[in-house]
Write a protein that binds this ligand. Structure first.
Ligand code: FE2
Length: 355
């Protein structure tokens, strides 16, 4: 064995098998980048995950241009998605293999990559699970169907209507705002198809799979802590004022909604304090700061996380301030919380008390 080969051999042995796999991956990425550099990369080139991310990172930077052409961008992302065989990618294979239907009647979402400029997520739906009408404020979304098929409907805001109505729900006065939305897309998307929305066109959508369905979705930019998505109730019985493809819809105007809080004594509040575990990567800490009660979501108990104010509206029940999330403490017969449940839209997650 000459010197060079021996050195390589020792290096490879030290890195071990996982290292080799990573090396091969980076060699493949390097080869793909080099091919791109020499003009050998075209729309038919099959990309691997790293090359996909590299290309997407570059494309997503165009959002910072003064006149970002979202139509061009989403078309480019579509082409990029079509060059990827996602179920073959190691990271996605792992997610798919680890799939468990943890939230019945609601899809499972997994983050594949996230940075400020964009995020890539995998959504998996059981037959019968669907995402009702919702929007993506100031974002674009490009969805690639990996398996199954779904009815995708897209709408654009046509006009905000002055009519509102109030309802009281879970101790909160909700102001429902009416608007008129225009259907701009209504199609069955199947394996290999791509569905697009941007900030101005088709931004409200619903996805109704007809069977077990998996989607890879690129959001640009990524969701932020203050991304304020709305859920819409759409009256699909007929057109609004007889106007073709225009429907009346309603959403909660959060700015006008109010929470009727109740006062809880310090002794009562103290009962809820402690640490709660959702899973190995998600913990919730409940603590007091003066008179306020705070919920902190963190990946591990010794790390800081996102802090949210809890507003009591009933015994053992709180709203998360400024968000569409409720927190209910589940009390045992000694009046001690054994877990807490977060209600987020139509889904819920329970975390057990650990200390
Ligand atoms: Fe969506």
């Amino acid at each position: 064995m000459d010197d060079f080969k021996r050195r390589e051999f020792i290096r490879l042995s030290a890195i071990g098998f996982a290292g080799i796999a990573l090396q091969l991956n980076s060699i493949a990425t390097y080869a793909q980048s080099a091919n791109a550099h020499f003009g050998k990369w075209n729309n038919d080139t099959n990309l691997n995950w790293d090359a996909f991310l590299e290309r997407l990172t570059k494309l997503a930077k165009t959002q910072h241009q003064s006149h970002w052409n979202q139509k061009l961008y989403t078309e480019q992302v579509k082409q990029l998605l079509l060059q990827c065989n996602f179920p073959e990618f190691e990271n996605i294979k792992k997610e798919i293999e680890a799939y468990e239907n943890k939230t019945p009647n609601w899809f499972e979402a997994a983050s594949l990559h996230r940075e400020v400029d964009f995020q890539v997520s995998l959504f998996q739906f059981e037959k019968g699970e669907y995402i009702p009408h919702h929007d993506h404020p100031d974002m674009t979304g490009v969805i690639n169907v990996v398996s199954g098929n779904a009815l995708a409907k897209n709408y654009s805001i046509e006009e905000q209507l002055s009519a509102t109505r109030e309802i009281i729900k879970n101790g909160r006065k909700e102001v429902l705002q009416k608007c008129a939305i225009k259907e701009v897309g209504n199609e069955i998307i199947k394996r290999g198809d791509v569905s697009i929305l941007n900030a101005h066109e088709g931004n409200i959508h619903s996805i109704m799979p007809n069977e077990f369905t998996q989607l890879v979705d690129v959001f640009t930019p990524a969701y932020k802590a203050d991304t304020n998505s709305n859920w819409y109730t759409v009256n699909e019985d007929g057109f609004y004022m007889g106007r073709e493809n225009i429907f009346e819809a309603e959403y909660i105007n959060k700015g006008l909604s109010e929470i009727n809080t109740i006062k809880l004594s310090r002794r009562k509040l103290n009962r809820y304090l402690g640490s709660y575990k959702m899973n190995d990567k998600n913990f919730l800490k409940v603590f007091r700061k003066g008179k306020a009660i705070i919920l902190e979501r963190t990946p591990s108990l010794d790390k800081p996380g996102m802090k949210m104010n809890l507003l009591p509206y009933e015994q053992n029940k709180f709203w998360v301030e400024g968000q569409d999330i409720r927190c209910a403490f589940n009390i045992d017969n000694k009046k001690i919380p054994e877990s807490l449940t977060l209600y987020i839209g139509k889904t819920s997650i329970t975390a057990n008390k650990i200390k």
